[in-house]
Design a protein around this ligand. Sequence first.
Ligand SMILES: N[C@@H](CCC(=O)N[C@@H](CSS)C(=O)NCC(=O)O)C(=O)O
Length: 416
Amino acid sequence: MGCSPGKLDEPATKAALGAITKEYPVRMPCLPGDVLVSGNLPEHVVGQLADHCKGWIYVNPDSDPHFMPQAIKSKGSKLEVVPFKPAKDLSSGVVDQLVKAIADMPRPLMIQCTSANRAAIALLLWLARERGYTRGSAELLISDLSLDTVRPDAAQWLSSRLPDLETPENPRVLVPSPEVQQLFDVETSTFSYLLSCPETSEAVLIDPVLEQKERDLKVIKNLGLTLKYVINTHCHADHITSGGKIREDMPSVKTIISEASGAKADLHIRHGDKISFGNLCLEVRATPGHTDGCVTFLLQTKSASFAFTGDTLLIRGCGRTDFQQGDARLLYKNVHEQIFTLPGETFICPGHDYKGRSISTVEEERRFNPRLTKSVEEFVQMMENLGLPYPKQIDVAVPGNMMCGVQDSPWDHLAI
Ligand SMILES: N[C@@H](CCC(=O)N[C@@H](CSS)C(=O)NCC(=O)O)C(=O)O
């Protein structure tokens, strides 16, 4: 995360690079948008590219006859040599060194090898770590990036380097900010989020799953946090919240859901409300469409901003709109007005992922979301024809969540 931003999408730059990519083994993957990968090039092309690239990582040894440091350095670009052979470097620190170099080097950045295969693999390793891609999703990552220089055996190698889906003992820690922990339920592919204020240790838990209650409470205890609120982004149809049960175990904890959901909770929120914990606070944005009570929570920490979108916006997808007052037009409007208007670098923390991915950004979804980049009419048609089976737990989950996961607790209805 330490790199400085740089643009490759200005018209003149795009035109110059477009001509080079047609003739030489140079690729500009759609993600992250400011990194190029390349194979061997003649000296004058290295020079032309160094006009655009402020950083350059060479992943062959500096004794390679195709290495042209002068053509790079004479343009004032920063150069680092990190020789990288996937088969040999599997268990060495080279991968860490490479990932760190990619994170730290200035943008726009070039990664160069012999054929653009290992350079692309290096980029994918970094991106996988940044975005929390897990084993099994390497091919998806490659197709997301349209990286045709990656050989099938290299894609397999990449898979072997990515972590497994986490176990209960090993929940995810979201890298960009110590305030945010991402937890995963493998059974329902649900993400829960534990947010905490580092100065006061006060915490909130978003969208927890009943079956993961003990795991979540253990994480909270191990981190020495004091849980203040359990918050649901909406009335879930695929799992029951642990909010009501946590409240029984820990009476000081209050549960929160939107007023529009019609569900029971200690506190009810509306668009524009603020939920404070320690020195942090969540801004509430109403984003109905998947259900009529869906909300998105915004968090600003010292180092990053986050949108906890529940099922409103998923990575390269969105929540279905075929039950629970679902409304495709409304979802489209709210994603565009309430989420896509946020700064591009805002992290999207979704309520689910079914393909081994963890986080995205507003910019990525604005550019690549295959549903929400369509026109509203096309989107509505697409949502009418998803043909998804109903969630397995829908008949118990919806009534259960309307009661915050417990049938017999006394509930006050309070606005926040
Ligand atoms: N197979 C799962 C349910 C999968 C599903 O329908 N997910 C919902 C969110 S949970 S209600 C959804 O909106 N999916 C959108 C999509 O495009 O997949 C189960 O049985 O629980």
